[in-house]
Design a protein around this ligand. Structure first.
Ligand code: FAD
Ligand code: NAP
Ligand code: MG
Length: 463
């Protein structure tokens, strides 16, 4: 398979989620201008692209025994306005040919991600059902050796690359804390990674531990789909929105006795199930110590110059490793800069200069207090990236304002924020109102989402 040697530089990409696909798209944009690009191979352990957006019903391991990557679930709708993540070189209008609402369900966003990449030859560069097993770097040849498992035929092989892009995501390996007595809890205990939908929790009293996006969204989804009660338990700060009846927040659990949870404030309560919404670990089992990014989930992981170049060895590039307000458009902005570095048109400063630049960002990151500060920080990071490449500029300040407005909408009413609409900074199009309020919409299929009752009524019956 592809063993022929050429003089071309070789780029290896691990993962064909939105970040890996952004890298493929970035090179394609150059090819479309008639430029010659390096030889590119992307390795994806799943059978299809899309990363998290490629929903799987499976939990635990896949059919080849690999840990399941997906953490998404049925009835997942975008948790931020789509106008905040829109590709600036492929608009929602271009894809759907009509305005759609600001908070589409997962299958609709998956369709959008695929629309852009299906126009290219990207699929030819991707080896599906292939897991990156191990990476080593040779100082003398300045090449990476990547050991791969072709899962379908159960065969291990290796290939060499000049550049290695790690786009394997970081919301897949659960952070699973221990609480005394939980081993005797009689009901279901799972991590959010294994949550596949609210159905099984109907009529149950649920305890969700954590106070970030997973806790908020799984809690609200279970409430919408008929859980008897939802209790969220926070370690640092409560989410603190105006919760509807049926959802409440308590401080951290101290321990369990059978089905009873004890909380820090002295409250006790019985539950049917516990869902740990306690976040994820950045986990790279295929990377040796000296090449491995070691970080918690934050807006500026250390050791990544411009948020992507591994400072000790910049031919090793990480995409999408930040905590994310911006998503698809951030991965694009990163991938375009990475591309220009690999093409030799963007030169990096010396290592110590890069260190000083990272320190500046880290210092600022340490001082951030409010969610608005976090949004401003990531907006500035995006602007910094956009200045470095020809990825089509978009109005980052306006997107930043949309994020702030979204935060306020959630605080006001967590059950109706998804009914709000925003205006695209790419096309100027105002989003359409969805035909059904989010709380009443129990079907998240693309067909149902794009179907408009009035249009069908207009079709004469004899057709
Ligand atoms: P991923 O999407 O995680 O893709 C990584 C890919 O790498 C996967 O396909 C995986 O199979 C592959 N891979 C991993 N290891 C290997 C290996 N060793 N060998 C080969 N392939 C490998 N973002 C939003 O903008 N809006 C949302 O509403 C939203 N909802 C989310 C809901 C949940 C529950 C989660 C967990 C995340 C959500 N996100 C959302 C954020 C999401 O992470 C990003 O949208 C996006 O999927 C990140 O893209 P990525 O390519 O960096 O990583
Ligand atoms: P996260 O944002 O990293 O948050 C982790 C949470 O776990 C924090 O509240 C943290 O509390 C808590 N925690 C960690 N260890 C704990 C412990 N030992 N005890 C108690 N609490 C603990 O992770 P996430 O919420 O899973 O979100 C991950 C990503 O998924 C985000 O990008 C999000 O946007 C995405 N997501 C999207 C949707 C959607 O609707 N589309 C739904 C779910 C998730 P501290 O504050 O104390 O650290
Ligand atoms: Mg630019």
């Amino acid at each position: 398979m592809n063993k022929k040697r050429t003089n071309k530089k070789r780029v290896g990409i691990i993962g064909a989620g939105p970040s890996g696909l952004a890298q493929l798209r970035a090179f394609e944009a150059l090819q479309n201008k008639g430029e010659e690009v390096p030889e590119i191979v992307c390795f994806e352990k799943q059978s299809n692209w899309g990363g998290m957006w490629n929903y799987t019903w499976r939990t635990g391991v896949g059919k080849y025994g690999e840990p399941i990557h997906g953490s998404m679930y049925k009835y997942l709708w975008s948790n931020g306005p789509k106008e905040c993540l829109e590709f600036s070189d492929y608009s929602f209008d271009e894809h759907f040919k009509k305005p759609i609402s600001s908070y589409p369900p997962r299958p609709v966003l998956f369709d959008y991600i695929q629309g852009r990449i299906k126009k290219s030859k990207a699929r030819e560069y991707i080896r599906f059902d292939t897991t990156a097993r191990w990476v080593s770097y040779d100082e003398k040849t300045k090449k990476f050796t990547l050991v791969l498992d072709d899962l379908k035929i159960d065969k291990t092989y290796s290939e060499e690359f000049d550049y290695l892009i790690v786009a394997s995501g970081h919301f897949s390996t659960p952070n699973m804390p221990y609480f005394k007595g939980i081993e005797n809890f009689p009901g279901t205990v799972i991590h959010a990674h294994d949550f596949r939908g609210a159905d099984q929790f109907k009529d149950q009293n649920l305890l969700l531990i954590g106070s970030s996006y997973s806790a908020e969204d799984i809690g609200v989804q279970c409430h919408k789909h008929g859980a008897k009660s939802v209790t969220l338990s926070y370690r640092s700060n409560p989410i603190g929105v105006a919760w509807p009846e049926g959802i409440k927040e308590l401080p951290l659990v101290t321990h369990f006795e059978n089905d009873t949870a004890y909380f820090k404030d002295g409250t006790t309560e019985k539950f049917d199930a516990v869902i740990m919404c306690t976040g994820y670990q950045h986990k790279f089992p295929f990377l040796p110590d000296e090449l491995r990014l070691k970080t918690k989930n934050n807006l500026y992981p250390d050791h990544l110059y411009k948020g992507i170049f591994f400072n000790k060895l910049p031919q090793l590039i990480y995409l999408g490793m930040q905590d994310q307000y911006y998503t698809f458009n951030m991965f694009d902005a990163q991938a375009w800069v990475a591309r220009d570095f690999m093409m030799g048109t963007y030169k990096l400063p010396e290592e110590n200069e890069r260190r000083l630049d990272m320190d500046k960002w880290l210092e600022r990151n340490d001082k951030l207090e409010t969610s608005f500060d976090h949004v401003d920080f990531q907006s500035d990071y995006i602007k910094d990236l956009l200045a470095l490449s020809d990825y089509p500029d978009f109005n980052v300040d306006t997107v930043g304002e949309m994020f702030k407005s979204w935060l306020k909408d959630k605080e006001e009413n967590i059950l109706t924020y998804r009914d709000k609409t925003y205006k695209s900074v790419v096309t100027g199009t105002m989003a359409a109102e969805h035909h059904t309020d989010w709380m009443d919409e129990l079907d998240d299929s693309k067909e149902r989402y794009l179907y408009e009752p009035e249009e069908e009524e207009a079709i004469p019956e004899n057709i």
